[in-house]
Design a binder for this molecule. Structure first.
Ligand SMILES: *[C@@H]1O[C@H](CO)[C@@H](O)[C@H](O)[C@H]1NC(C)=O
Ligand SMILES: *[C@@H]1O[C@H](CO)[C@@H](O)[C@H](O)[C@H]1NC(C)=O
Length: 899
C-alpha cells in the first residue's frame, strides 16, 4: 500500500479509511435467545448508517448510530468508530432524548484540561487513540436512562491519495450485534469521469453479499450501497450474532485522458497531475541495511525475503548497491553497479549470506551510502538521466559511533545537500521513529514504519514498489505570478507511477477568467512541460452539478492539504519557525473545524459553575502553539446545566440561555461607539448595569463591518448607595463619595470583613489578576466581568469587556434591560428549519413573545471558562438588533450616561 509523502508523516500510513459505528455492550446476557431480536444487554441498536460523499478525492464521511435503552434501568451505551489516521474528525454530536450536544474543536491543551476534569468528576468522556497500523479508534460511552434514545454522529474528512493507480476508501465494519437498519451509502463524484469502481468486503464473498451490495458508475458519478437485511447479517441462518466484522473497501480510479485536471470553485483551485504512459526513469538505489544483533532471527529473514523480491523487480537500466551497518560498515561493491542478470545473481548470493552482528552505527552507514551515490553521479558511473534514491532500514537507535540524533541529522543533511531523497524504514517499535521521520523529511523523503508481523516482507516490498517507477524527476508546478495565493507544496523530487501530485491554492482575483498552469519535469528521455489552460467560468459552470455533494470541497481540500503540510514542515523545523508553522496549522485547524494533532473535539454544554475564574485574552491574539504529539482527540459530555446564565460579550453578542429548551437565543446590538445601553435594571433590588460601546482603533463607520465592544460598565445599587465603574484599565468603587481604585493586575477580594470595607455585608467583589472580576450581592445575585486583552500594539483591536450574569435568582420580576428582561422564564418555539443562505447555518421560524421571526442557527462564544478560544455556544440568532425578541426596539435601551 502506498502512501503519499506528507500523509505518512503526519498521522501515518494509508489513504484508506475505516469506520464502524457501533455501540458495544460491555457484556452479553447469557439468555439472549429469550430477548427480542437485536437487543443485547437491554440495548437495541436500531440503526447504523455510514454515509460517504467523495468529491474530487475529498471524502466526507458521516457515521450515525441510533440506539434505545430497552432495559428498565440506566445503561451505558458505547460508540466506537475506527477511522484512518490520515483522516481528520470534523464533528461529533451526541443526542440524548432530543437534546443535542454539539462538538467544538478546541486547542488541544484547553480541551485536555476539560477532558481531565470530566474524567476526574466521573463524567462521560471519549477518546481517540491509535488502533493498529492505519487506524485510529474513536470511543465514547454515555449513560442512557431506561427507555431513552441516543444518537451518535461522527463526521470525518480525508483526501484520498492515489497509490498504485487507485484511490481506496476503507471502512472498518464491526457492529457486534444485529442492526435492523444497517447501511453503507457512498456517492462518488469525479469531474474527470470514473474509470473503475469496485467494492469488496473481507468478511464475506461477493456472491453471498448478493442483493445487499450494489455498485455502479457512469460518467462522473459512482455509487456503492451495502444494506444487508437482518437475515443477511446473521453468521448462520439460526444465529443471533453478526457476520459483519472486517473491512469494507471501495476502490476507484478516474479517467486519465489528460495528464492534469484543474478545478476551481469559489476562488479556490485544486490541480491534480498524473501523466500516463511515460517511460520509467532509471534509478540508482543504495540500500543501507541495519544488520546489528537486534535484527537477528525473523526480522533479518524477512528483510532478506523482501530484498530477494526487490532484486527480481529490478530493471536492467537500474544501478544498485548494498551497505550493511552494525558496529562497522561493510559494502557489497565499492561502487554502484548495473542490475544486469549476472550482477543480480551475485546480489542474491550476497543477500543470502548477510549475517547479523554487533552494534548499530547509523551515522556511518548513511554517510557511506550518501558518498557512494554522490560519487557515482560525479564520476559518471550512472546514466545522466537517472535518479538516485537512498533507502535505509533500521530496527533500533544508534548506539555506537555518532549517537546524537541531531548530529546525525546534521551530518546527513550536509552530505546529501538536497541531491536525492532519503527514505527511512523503521522496523518494529524499539526505535526513535520521530528522528527517522524528521531526518527523512528534511531530505525530501519519508519514513515508514514496518510492523513486526508475518507480513513484514510484504510491507517492505510494498514500500519499494511505490518508489520503483519514477516517471519524472524535479517536478515543478507553476502558476502565473501574482495570481495565486496560499499555494500548497508545488515542487516534488519525483513523480512515481500510480501516484498523483495534488496542488491547491487560492486565486488572488476571484473573478479571474482564465489561467495557465505548467508542470515541468525531467523524464527518462527528455524534459517535459505539461500546460493546462483553465477557463475559470466554464469550469465553475461545469462543476455546478457537483453542488449536490458539498459546495466548499475545494476550500476544505486546500485547508486539509495545507494543515498536513504545515504539520509536516513543523516536524523538521526548529525554534521560532517551528512555533510559527504550528501556530498557522492550529489557526487553520480551528477555522476549518479539523481535529488535528493540535486540536481536540470537546462535546459539552456550558455548565454553571461560579468558582470558575479562567479567561482573559482575546482569542485571535493568544493562540500559542503547542507541540505536536499524537492525534488524540478528547471529548467530554457534561450533563445538561442545572442553572443557566445570560451574558453579553464580543461584538456585543447577547446570549440568552433557555434551560427549559436546552438551547440558546442570541442577538447583536449595533450602535455607534460612545452609546450607553441599559443591560439590567431592577427597581426592587435597586441594581442597574449599563454598558458603553467602544469601537476598534481607527474604527470604520460602516456598521456592517465595524466591530464594537463594551469598553466600560457602570454598575449601581441605589439601595446600597454604591457605584462601580469597570473599564479595561481599572475598577473604581464608590461608597457614597469615597472612591477606591483598583487595577486589573490586582488579585483582591473586597468584602465586609476585608481590608477594603466599603459596603454592606452582602457585597463581595473579587478581582482575579487580569482575568475577570466576580461580583456578588449576597446569595442570589452574581455576575462576572471578563477582561479581554489584546496585544498592546495590535493595529486594530483593543481591550474590551464581557458581562456574564451567572446567578439572577434573587432579582425581582420587574427586572428589565437588554439582558434583564430575560431573567424571567419565557418560552419560544422553533419550527420549519430550512436551508439558509449559508449552507452551514439553517434558517428557522421562531415564535416568541407573540412574534413570528426568521432566525438563523449560529454560534457564539462563551469566554467565561476558557482562556483563549472560548466555548462555542449554539444559538438561534435573531436578526436586526434583536427585533421582535426584545421588548420594544433596541434604541429604547439607550441611556444618556453610565450612571
Ligand atoms: C455538526 O453536526 C451537527 C449535527 O449534524 C450539525 O448540526 C452541526 O452544524 C455540525 N457542525 C459543524 C461545524 O459542521
Ligand atoms: C509566520 O511568519 C510569517 C512570515 O514571517 C508571518 O507573516 C506570519 O504572520 C507568521 N504567522 C504566525 C501565525 O505567527
Amino acid at each position: 500500500m502506498a502512501c503519499a509523502l506528507w500523509t505518512c508523516l503526519v498521522l501515518a500510513l494509508l489513504p484508506s479509511l475505516a469506520a464502524s459505528g457501533f455501540p458495544r455492550s460491555p457484556f452479553r446476557l447469557l439468555g439472549k435467545r429469550s430477548l427480542p431480536e437485536g437487543v443485547v444487554d437491554g440495548i437495541e441498536i436500531y440503526s447504523t448508517t455510514i454515509s460517504c460523499k467523495v468529491t474530487s478525492r475529498f471524502a466526507h464521511n458521516v457515521v450515525t448510530t441510533r440506539a434505545v435503552n430497552r432495559a428498565d434501568k440506566a445503561k451505558e451505551v458505547s460508540f466506537d468508530v475506527e477511522l484512518p489516521k490520515t483522516a481528520f474528525i470534523t464533528n461529533f454530536t451526541l443526542t440524548i432524548d432530543g437534546v443535542t450536544y454539539p462538538g467544538n474543536v478546541k486547542e488541544k491543551e484547553v480541551a485536555k484540561k476539560q477532558y481531565e476534569k470530566a474524567v476526574s468528576q466521573g463524567k462521560t468522556a471519549g477518546l481517540v487513540k491509535a488502533s493498529g497500523r492505519k487506524l485510529e479508534k474513536f470511543t465514547v460511552s454515555v449513560n442512557v436512562a431506561a427507555g431513552s434514545k441516543v444518537t451518535f454522529e461522527l463526521t470525518y474528512e480525508e483526501l484520498l491519495k492515489r497509490h498504485k493507480g487507485k484511490y481506496e476508501m476503507f471502512l472498518k465494519i464491526q457492529p457486534k450485534q444485529l442492526v435492523k437498519h444497517f447501511e453503507i451509502d457512498a456517492h462518488i463524484f469525479e469531474p474527470q469521469g470514473i474509470s473503475t469502481l469496485d467494492a469488496t468486503a473481507s468478511f464475506i464473498t461477493n456472491d453471498l453479499l448478493g442483493s445487499a451490495l450494489t455498485k455502479s458508475f457512469s460518467g462522473k458519478k459512482g455509487h456503492v450501497s451495502f444494506k444487508p437485511s437482518l437475515d443477511q447479517q446473521r453468521s448462520c441462518p439460526t444465529c443471533t450474532d453478526s457476520l459483519l466484522n472486517g473491512d469494507f473497501t471501495i476502490t476507484y480510479d478516474v479517467n486519465r485522458e489528460s495528464p492534469a485536471n484543474v478545478q476551481v470553485v469559489n476562488g479556490y483551485f485544486v490541480h491534480f497531475f498524473a501523466p500516463q504512459g511515460l517511460p520509467v526513469v532509471p534509478k540508482n538505489v543504495v540500500f543501507v541495511i541495519d544488520v546489528s544483533g537486534s535484527m537477528s532471527g525473523r526480522k533479518l529473514a524477512q528483510t532478506k525475503d523482501a530484498l530477494f523480491k526487490i532484486l527480481e523487480d529490478m530493471k536492467e537500466e537500474d544501478f544498485l548497491n548494498f551497505i550493511l551497518f552494525s558496529g562497522d560498515v561493510t559494502t557489497w561493491k565499492d561502487h554502484l553497479i548495473q542490475a544486469t542478470p549476472e550482477n543480480l545473481k551475485e546480489a542474491r548470493t550476497f543477500v543470502e549470506n548477510i549475517r547479523d552482528q554487533g552494534m548499530t552505527n547509523i551515522n556511518d552507514g548513511l554517510l557511506r551510502g550518501i558518498s557512494m551515490l554522490t560519487r557515482a553521479r560525479e564520476e559518471h558511473l550512472v546514466p545522466e538521466r537517472s535518479t538516485s534514491i537512498l533507502i535505509m532500514l533500521t530496527d533500533g537507535d544508534a548506539n555506537v559511533g555518532e549517537r546524537r540524533p541531531e548530529k546525525i541529522q546534521e551530518n546527513v543533511r550536509n552530505a546529501i545537500g538536497g541531491q536525492f531523497p532519503l527514505y527511512n524504514l523503521g522496523f518494529g517499535k524499539n526505535l526513535n521513529y520521530n528522528f527517522l521521520e524528521s531526518m527523512a523529511l528534511e531530505n525530501s523523503g519519508l519514513a515508514r514504519r514496518i510492523y513486526e508481523d508475518s507480513d513484514a516482507h510484504l510491507q517492505l516490498q510494498g514500500f519499494y514498489e511505490e518508489v520503483a517507477n519514477p516517471l519524472l524527476t524535479g517536478v515543478e508546478v507553476e502558476y502565473p505570478e501574482n495570481a495565486i495565493l496560499d499555494l500548497t507544496q508545488n515542487s516534488y523530487q519525483h513523480f512515481y507511477d500510480g501516484s498523483e501530485i495534488v496542488v491547491a491554492g487560492r486565486l488572488l482575483d476571484e473573478n479571474m477568467n482564465s489561467f495557465k498552469a505548467d508542470v515541468k519535469g525531467h523524464g527518462a528521455i527528455n524534459d517535459l512541460t505539461f500546460t493546462e489552460e483553465v477557463d475559470v467560468k466554464e469550469m465553475e459552470e461545469a462543476l455546478k452539478e457537483r453542488d449536490y455533494i458539498f459546495g466548499d470541497y475545494i476550500e476544505r481540500l486546500w485547508a486539509y492539504l495545507t494543515i498536513e503540510q504545515l504539520l509536516e514542515k513543523s516536524k523538521k523545523a526548529h525554534g521560532d519557525e517551528k512555533q510559527n508553522l504550528t501556530a498557522q496549522a492550529l489557526e487553520l485547524s480551528l477555522k476549518y473545524h479539523f481535529v488535528t494533532p493540535l486540536t481536540s473535539m470537546v462535546v459539552t454544554k456550558p455548565e454553571d459553575n461560579e468558582d470558575q475564574t479562567a479567561i482573559a485574552d482575546k482569542p485571535e491574539e493568544g493562540a500559542e502553539a503547542t507541540s505536536v504529539t499524537s492525534s488524540q482527540a478528547y471529548l467530554t459530555s457534561y450533563q445538561p446545566p442545572q442553572k443557566t446564565y445570560h451574558y453579553v460579550d464580543g461584538d456585543p453578542h447577547f446570549i440568552i440561555q433557555v434551560p427549559e429548551k436546552g438551547d440558546a437565543i442570541c442577538f447583536n446590538i449595533d450602535e455607534d461607539p460612545g452609546t450607553v445601553l441599559r443591560l439590567i435594571h431592577d427597581p426592587v433590588t435597586g441594581l442597574t448595569v449599563n454598558g458603553q460601546i467602544i469601537g476598534d482603533k481607527g474604527s470604520s463607520t460602516d456598521s456592517k463591518t465595524r466591530k464594537t465592544y463594551f469598553g466600560k460598565l457602570g454598575i449601581t445599587n441605589a439601595q446600597m448607595d454604591f457605584r462601580m465603574e469597570v473599564t479595561t484599565e481599572k475598577i473604581t468603587l464608590w461608597n457614597g463619595e469615597a472612591a477606591s481604585i483598583f487595577s486589573w493586575l490586582d488579585t483582591i477580594v473586597v468584602t465586609q470583613d476585608g481590608q477594603y470595607l466599603l459596603f454592606s455585608s452582602r457585597l463581595s467583589v473579587s478581582i482575579n489578576n487580569k482575568k475577570n472580576m466576580v461580583v456578588s450581592f449576597g446569595d442570589g445575585v452574581t455576575f462576572v466581568v471578563v477582561l479581554h486583552q489584546v496585544w498592546k500594539k495590535h493595529p486594530v483591536h483593543q481591550d474590551f469587556l464581557g458581562f456574564y450574569m451567572v446567578d439572577s435568582h434573587r432579582m425581582s420580576a420587574q427586572t428589565h434591560g437588554l439582558l434583564g428582561q430575560f431573567f424571567h422564564p419565557f418560552d419560544f418555539e422553533v419550527s420549519d428549519i430550512r436551508p439558509g443562505s449559508d449552507p452551514t447555518k439553517p434558517d428557522a421560524t421562531m415564535l416568541v413573545k407573540d412574534h413570528r421571526l426568521t432566525v438563523t442557527r449560529g454560534s457564539q462564544k462563551d469566554y467565561r471558562k476558557d482562556a483563549r478560544v472560548g466555548t462555542k455556544v449554539m444559538c438561534w440568532f435573531v436578526h436586526n438588533n434583536g427585533e421582535g425578541l426584545i421588548d420594544g426596539v433596541h434604541t429604547d435601551y439607550i441611556v444618556s450616561s453610565l450612571f
